[in-house]
Ligand binder design. Structure first.
Ligand code: AMP
Length: 217
């Protein structure tokens, strides 16, 4: 794979984080999750975290200016020179335009991977999602449960649900996706950089398909 900027598109629960993690490992490039950057900022109590907390917990988008600054800083770092993966950015047309500007400056070609998942499955994945606070392993109480109730198979830590994986926040997040993010599918289709895959399948099979596709890209 050439030195690409990769963007994962898809609704909340489509598997962007899981796939981005696998593809990043396969190619040895950084996986940049804007949601994760924000969650760490909230946990540390920084000014960014304090500003973002309320919006995140309500399932609403953090303002474009804030997100664009975070991404510009991160992809300007040396480890991104050989390519990188964005998971959760861009989420609006304004963010996509900003990213175009950054990539034009850096001369890096863009490839957008769109994970298509049935709405029923999205709900199931989000409602049952639990994460290990120690090692970051993700489970699903229904689809991929841990061996022992609510504790991590690897280190025995008690699993936690994300603050925004509750019914009401999930509804807002899906609405924000439909309203603000889904127009990016057409935006990138028109540029000829969109590659859509069936995200309803086993995560390992999807990752293999993506890695094969990117090796030739
Ligand atoms: P995620 O982990 O990608 O599901 O993101 C969790 C939350 O962080 C979202 O529901 C938003 O509140 C916020 N967030 C993450 N990335 C962005 C972005 N690119 N633009 C606006 N808000 C974002």
């Amino acid at each position: 794979m050439k030195s690409h900027a990769l963007v994962f598109l898809g609704a909340p629960g489509a598997g962007k984080g899981t796939q981005a993690h696998k593809v990043a490992e396969a190619f040895g490039i950084p996986h940049i999750s804007t949601g994760e950057i924000l969650r760490q900022a909230v946990a540390s109590g920084s000014a960014l975290g304090q500003a973002a907390k309320e919006k995140m917990e309500a399932g609403e988008l953090v303002p474009d200016e804030v997100m664009c600054r975070i991404v510009a800083d991160r992809i300007g770092q040396a480890d991104c020179a050989k390519g990188f993966i964005l998971d959760g950015f861009p989420r609006t047309v304004a963010q996509a335009r900003f990213l175009d500007g950054l990539l034009d400056q850096g001369g890096q070609p863009l490839q957008v991977l769109n994970l298509q998942v049935k709405p029923e499955l999205l709900m199931k994945r989000l409602r049952g999602r639990r994460t290990c606070p120690v090692c970051g392993t993700t489970y699903n109480l229904e689809l991929n449960p841990p061996a022992r109730n609510s504790v991590c198979d690897r280190d025995g830590a008690r699993l936690i649900a994300r603050a925004d994986d509750n019914e009401e926040a999930i509804r807002h997040r899906l609405a924000a996706y439909e309203r603000d993010t889904s127009p990016l599918i057409d935006y990138y289709k028109r540029r000829g950089v969109l590659h859509s895959v069936d995200g309803n399948r086993d995560p390992e099979a999807i990752a293999q398909e993506l890695v094969r596709f990117l090796r030739d890209a």
